[in-house]
Design a protein around this ligand. Structure first.
Ligand code: HEC
Ligand code: HEC
Length: 294
């Protein structure tokens, strides 16, 4: 059995992570040139759907980490300090766990998927995706629970439980360092457009849209925090205020509560469609989950 601690990359790959913040600076120049052909092609396609006011110009895209203090940046970049790995270690233990009762087999995740980091490379970036079998948008947590219930014959894990966060963070870790890019299937368009429109629509007693803070006022200060571009690529993330790891939807619910808007339930279509829009809006950023945030 693979030891969980072996997931903490040793020096070479953690310095790869430290490069992330500088890669944002370089990305605008070098990365854009290198991927110009690819960008021209995909951005025309995406522009039809995503030419909206909530988007951030690619050359200006920045990780939330770059708005954080030096302390937080150091904590996220060092896997031995990053508290997210406490959940990832639990996730890896759960990944290996299988059992059998007299009548039912409960195979481990590993029994079907083998090594978590190899088999799950690039997977988290495909979520949320359209699930043809249920005709619904499904996020990574939903996919993990689908495997739990249908293939492991075990009860679904609750949103924000240590178990579900651990598995989600474990699967996301396998994509760390990969550049977020999405494919726009026709199936996804209606949900994506709804997510986009929600992002641009004023809500709550404060009458603000997501884009008023994260597109138009990134870099401004608000109640002791610096507003970032609201990018999704570091989630699940450990937040000091929560004293624990949290999903992207938990972060979105905190923003909804901040503007005194209706707080949609975990796993709701509203939050999952926002998650979908954010994944398209964040294209070009390198995955950095598990993030560390204030
Ligand atoms: C009995 C076998 C089996 C077990 C056990 C199982 N899975 Fe799966 N899993 C599958 C199959 C089959 C697919 C669909 C593969 C595909 O669509 O390419 C899948 C798909 C997935 C995907 C999506 C992959 C993708 O490319 O979109 C994730 C993530 C996943 N499983 C995670 C888990 C986790 C976490 C566990 C343990 C909690 C688990 N699975 C347990 C068989 C299993
Ligand atoms: C009143 C301003 C405000 C509004 C409106 C707002 N947020 Fe936020 N949001 C914040 C602040 C402050 C933070 C914490 C600091 C940061 O990372 O930006 C945050 C954090 C985030 C993050 C985490 C970024 C990271 O790197 O950790 C995401 C994602 C996000 N918001 C998305 C949204 C979405 C989607 C909406 C609309 C439903 C929204 N926000 C509405 C202020 C706002």
């Amino acid at each position: 059995m693979k030891k969980a601690s072996s997931l903490r990359p040793t020096k070479p790959s953690s310095s790869h992570v430290t490069h992330l913040s500088s890669s944002h600076r370089v990305f605008g120049k070098l990365g854009c040139l290198l991927t110009l052909a690819c960008l021209l092609f995909t951005s025309t396609l995406h522009a039809q759907v995503l030419g909206g006011a909530g988007m951030v110009q690619r050359s200006l895209m920045r990780s939330g980490l770059s708005f954080s203090s030096a302390d937080l940046r150091a904590t996220q970049s060092d896997d031995s300090l990053n508290p997210g790995f406490l959940w990832i270690d639990q996730g890896q233990a759960l990944w290996q766990q299988g059992s059998r009762s007299n009548t039912v087999d409960h195979p481990s995740c590993a029994a079907c998927h083998q090594d978590s980091q190899q088999s799950m490379r690039g997977v988290s970036m495909k979520y949320p995706r359209w699930d043809k079998s249920t005709s619904q948008l499904i996020n990574l947590e939903g996919q993990i629970n689908a495997c739990r219930t249908q293939r492991q014959h075990l009860p679904a894990l609750a949103y924000e439980s240590d178990e579900l966060l651990g598995l989600t963070a474990l699967v996301s870790l396998a994509s760390r360092g990969l550049v977020l890019s999405r494919t726009l299937d026709d199936d996804l368009k209606p949900a994506l457009l709804r997510g986009q429109s929600r992002y641009e629509t004023r809500m709550g007693q404060n009458n603000l849209a997501c884009m008023h803070c994260h597109t138009q006022n990134a870099g401004q200060h608000l109640g002791g925090e610096t507003i970032s571009q609201g990018q999704p690529h570091a989630y699940p993330a450990y937040r000091l205020e929560w004293q624990r790891l949290g999903s992207l939807q938990k972060r979105l619910r905190a923003c909804l509560s901040g503007v005194k808007a209706e707080i949609w339930p975990f796993g709701s279509q509203e939050l999952t469609e926002l998650e979908l829009y954010l994944s398209f809006r964040g294209e070009g950023l390198a995955i950095e989950s598990p993030g560390v945030r204030r």
